[in-house]
Design a protein around this ligand. Structure first.
Ligand code: NG6
Ligand code: CA
Length: 507
């Protein structure tokens, strides 16, 4: 038996001796809150260098915790990124993990070890509030009945969801298995294939729109905004974009209040700053750099409210908060909301190259902050960490083994998260439809796009040559040094191939 299988076997044997509830009660383990912003870029918040937009709460979180300068989402779009966050598996290993329509089936099989199921096993009460976008049900979802499987079948005790994205139907909330506020006399139907019913659409009735699309987004109109996909019915259940941030923050705060006396894990998936960007009046026009910055300030206020809730309940000291984003930034993502025109010099990606959908650094390098006042000393860390690592790291934190069939690409980076080590993971495969390999300061992007799966859309225009960047001296990926370093390119190409060909990469 090699060392790795010995350690796995040993920890599996030890598990029954540590019943989760008991262990939870007998140690001072922290509550855990993961705040996952949507499409927030590396340069979008003050503590990462933004000057035009004001984010005092996120900055305060960073100033009392560790701010990572090389923290990554697991993909440059939402669904694959959140898939990896929950399962600890690189999304490109699995077909069907690209951006999903709003009527897709759940893409994670119930019973698989997930981040919340591991924490639940450790005695945590687990909650999922906000953006989901991992599919629901097993096909042909009936939105008028019990919608499952979903988060509750994957290890969450409570859920309050936007099923997919703000720009995709159905535009309704789901609490646990049910659509909230649905009138049974006005049932919901959803279609992504063809128009259903006779409600106005953005394509046919642009005069009815308060925000017009710039590309796509021209189907059913809900709240004056045309969406991707068609829906009819469910009028009383439809969300109002202006109050989505407040509604989900209320639900998150109530979850914290209800669980103040026991260890809890809360995943808060904000809709901000994804399109459509429709801030509450409190924030509209307030930033000075357009609606995209207005919703950054709305996001910051939501973070502030969760921090205040913890303060009021005297839970701040013993709560680990991780703040991050599901992928990098984009300014025009399909609505003509004047975000481009009114940016006023704000640089969403900071000094990095690329953004959402891109294999260059800004696709996945995002704000990544860990705060736990009782344990973490404030600082800045250059350790390489990724969101799929939270599964193994939180397992370690709560004294649970990562099950042998779980988290195949999740590295335990807890020492880096706690600021006890300057090193995180040894390498990282970045994903944006195509793949790239990070190893220390080097980044290698293969010459021809290597589609992880044949069906993958290749979103970056492929470079004619293999690309190699020294991120230590060239963080903006401006100088391709592949030709001068042929051995390194060969070595990194072989390493990427090895990682792709095996089912797991964790140590
Ligand atoms: C794209 C949408 C974009 C956004 C994205 C998913 C169009 C033209 N573009 O297909 O607006 O919804 O999907 O974003 O429809 S994500 O953050 O959830 O990955
Ligand atoms: Ca996103």
């Amino acid at each position: 038996m090699n060392r790795r299988s010995f350690l796995r076997a040993a920890s599996a044997c030890a598990a029954p001796l540590l019943p989760g509830g008991l262990a939870a009660a007998s140690t001072n383990r922290p509550n855990i809150v993961v705040i996952m912003a949507d499409d927030l870029g590396y340069g979008d918040v003050g503590c990462y260098g933004a000057k035009r937009v004001s984010t005092p709460n996120i900055d305060r979180l960073a100033s009392r915790g560790i701010r990572f300068t090389d923290g990554h989402s697991s993909s440059a779009t939402c669904t694959p990124s959140r898939y990896a966050f929950l399962t600890g598996e690189y999304p490109w290993r699995r077909p069907g993990t690209n951006v999903l329509p709003g009527d897709a089936s759940l893409i994670i099989e119930p019973g698989r070890p997930t981040l919340p199921s591991i924490l639940k096993g450790a005695g945590y009460t687990t909650g999922c509030v906000g953006k989901w976008h991992l599919g629901l049900g097993t096909g042909n979802v009936d939105w008028n009945g019990e919608v499952k499987p979903g988060p509750l079948e994957l290890g969450y005790d409570y859920s309050f969801l936007l099923p997919a994205t703000g720009d995709r139907v159905p535009c309704v909330y789901l609490e646990n298995h049910r659509v909230v506020g649905l009138d049974p006399k006005d049932p919901i139907s959803v279609s992504y294939a063809a128009k259903i019913g006779n409600e106005p659409t953005g394509r046919e009735n642009p005069d009815l729109l308060k925000v017009k699309p710039s590309h796509g987004h021209d189907m059913t109109i809900v709240n004056g905004i045309s969406r991707i996909g068609y829906m009819t019915g469910g009028k009383s259940a439809r969300w109002v974009d202006e109050t989505v941030a407040d509604t989900i923050t209320d639900k998150a705060a109530s979850f914290i209040e209800r669980n103040r006396a026991n260890p809890f894990f809360l995943y808060f998936g904000s809709h901000d700053i994804h399109v459509p960007r429709v801030p509450h009046d409190r924030f509209r026009g307030k930033s000075g750099c357009g609606v995209r910055c207005d919703v950054i300030q709305e996001l910051d206020a939501c973070v502030g409210r969760l921090m205040t809730t913890l303060d009021k309940l005297k839970l701040t000291d013993n709560t680990l908060i991780v703040f991050t984003s599901d992928n990098g930034p984009i300014v025009d993502d399909g609505y003509a909301d004047r975000a481009v025109e009114e940016l006023n010099g704000h640089a969403p990606a900071g000094a990095l190259r690329g953004g959402k959908y891109s294999i260059y650094e800004a696709g996945t390098r995002v704000p990544f902050i860990a705060s736990w006042p009782a344990r973490i000393k404030p600082g800045v860390s250059g350790a390489l960490v990724a969101q799929q690592d939270l599964l193994a790291s939180f397992a370690a934190l709560s004294d649970r083994p990562v099950p042998a069939n779980g988290g195949p690409d999740s590295f335990n980076v807890l020492p880096a998260l706690l600021g006890e080590s300057k090193t995180g993971r040894d390498h990282l495969v970045e994903h944006a439809g195509r793949l790239a390999l990070r190893k220390s300061q080097w980044k290698m992007i293969p010459a021809r796009p290597v589609p992880a799966r044949r069906s993958d859309a290749v979103v970056d225009i492929p470079g004619p040559d293999v690309e190699l960047y020294d991120l230590a001296s060239d963080p903006a990926e401006g100088r391709n040094v592949a030709k001068a370093n042929p051995e390194l390119v060969t070595e990194m190409s072989a390493m990427l191939e090895r990682i792709r060909s095996k089912p797991a990469s964790r140590p």
